[in-house]
Design a protein around this ligand. Structure first.
Ligand SMILES: [Zn+2]
Length: 408
């Protein structure tokens, strides 16, 4: 594919300026806050040296591996989900740049239950846009959430019933072909007819299977995990408001140590005590922070119209709500907010929060060159200060190139 002009200009901007490709970055390491000098060469980390003190005048920012978000439906007004031909490479770049601003250096654009032709079309646009190295650097692949989910109200969440379908490997292959083989994760409901066979096929093809928007009984959840399901998608959400106290999908997913979980850490989707319990049960190594952001994320607070003509409100606190019914309309907080929030409500360390927002997802998707700060890893770095459990990003680097710097 020919490289569009706007991307050529952008690539030139980030490549020619020596100032934007520093050789050294200084900061306080997220693991223990010790001053470090990170040396980079050709976009990779070549050394991480602990030093007695930071250079004079250095602001002493925390330095961490860039965040990895496995569930992004859109950002900064750009939706990956909608049909209608609005999705363009320019839009994908706008969303990506806005995510860099929040320290997210890798993310999986996520398509949800929709008309088959829209899924195929949008996967095609996403796949061809990452022919370009600037976008490919931050988008290793995609997440398909649906359409093979529960048709039950509540469990289905906001996914439209008319497009919910029975699990079908051949149909999945059509999406995977449109996505140029880059669907890395499929979220499905294991109790649907044909789901267990689909899990087998995904496992054989190295596609991570996630359980979500389902109401599966315990034995089916166990079978799904036996066959290779790896993670529960946004545990605690995508479920009915009223559940049976004994027989509900939460207990078996929490009880099985083989299953990781992702949680939405925006402060609105889960209560603090839910996050505390989930984290205590699963532990840091088996918990992933995700955002599940819609395209309203990254916009200014105010009222917006949805594609269905519904008025929704984005509050200054980052809550996206449907005022008429006073319910949430999705998430509008980047995963960086989850880092501070999970520390606040669980008491975990910054090192643990970063592990959940970067290291763990990088490992789950076999992105072996990111998610840690050590020689041999990509120089995907975020430098920030923490104010009252809030991550305030000042600078972001992708492959050693400064892609965002806060205006002073
Ligand atoms: Zn969902």
């Amino acid at each position: 594919m020919a490289v569009p002009l706007f991307l050529l200009v952008f690539m030139a901007m980030v490549n020619v300026s020596a100032q934007m490709q520093p050789e050294w970055v200084y900061g306080r390491l997220y693991l223990d806050h010790a001053p470090v000098a990170v040396r980079m060469e050709k976009g990779m980390i070549v050394s991480v040296d602990r030093i007695d003190s930071l250079p004079e005048g250095d602001p002493g920012l925390i330095i961490a591996p860039g965040f990895v978000d496995n569930q992004v439906n859109g950002y900064a007004g750009v939706s990956f989900v909608f049909g209608g031909g609005d999705l363009t490479p320019e839009g994908i770049l706008i969303a990506t740049q806005a995510l860099w601003k929040e320290g997210v250096t890798t993310y999986l654009p996520t398509l949800t239950t929709n008309d088959k032709s829209i899924l195929i079309k949008n996967f095609g646009i996403l796949a061809s846009s990452i022919d370009n190295p600037v976008l490919r650097g931050s988008i290793p692949g995609f997440h398909l959430e649906g359409p093979f989910i529960s048709p039950e109200d509540g469990y289905r969440g906001a996914h439209p019933l008319e497009f919910v379908r029975k699990p079908d490997w051949n149909e999945f292959l059509e999406y995977q072909q449109a996505a140029n083989g880059r669907i890395l994760q499929l979220t499905l409901a294991p109790e649907m007819e044909g789901a267990l066979a689909l899990i087998d096929s995904c496992r054989e093809n190295n596609i991570v299977v996630a359980l979500g928007h389902h109401n599966a009984p315990a034995d089916v959840i166990t079978q799904a995990i036996d066959r290779g399901a790896r993670i529960a998608t946004h545990l605690g959400n995508g479920a009915a408001n009223t559940i049976n106290r004994h027989r509900n999908p939460f207990w078996p997913q929490l009880a099985d140590d083989r299953l990781m979980i992702s949680i939405i850490g925006d402060g609105f989707h889960l209560l603090p005590e839910q996050i505390r319990v989930f984290w205590k049960v699963k532990g840091t190594p088996n918990t992933i922070l995700t955002s599940d952001v819609t395209h309203f994320a990254g916009l200014h607070p105010g009222e917006y119209q949805t594609s269905e003509g519904v008025t929704i409100e984005l509050t200054p606190e980052g809550m996206l709500r449907y005022p008429v019914q006073n319910v949430l309309y999705g998430s509008a907080s980047p995963v960086s907010k989850g880092v501070g929030h999970v520390m606040k409500v669980t008491g975990c360390s910054l090192a643990e929060a970063v592990q959940m927002a970067s290291t763990n997802p990088a490992r789950l998707y076999h992105l072996h060159d990111r998610g840690e700060i050590r020689p041999g890893m990509r120089a995907d770095l975020v430098l920030f200060r923490m104010d009252d459990f809030k991550v305030q990003v000042e600078k972001t680097l992708v492959r050693g190139v400064v892609v965002y710097e806060e205006d002073k």
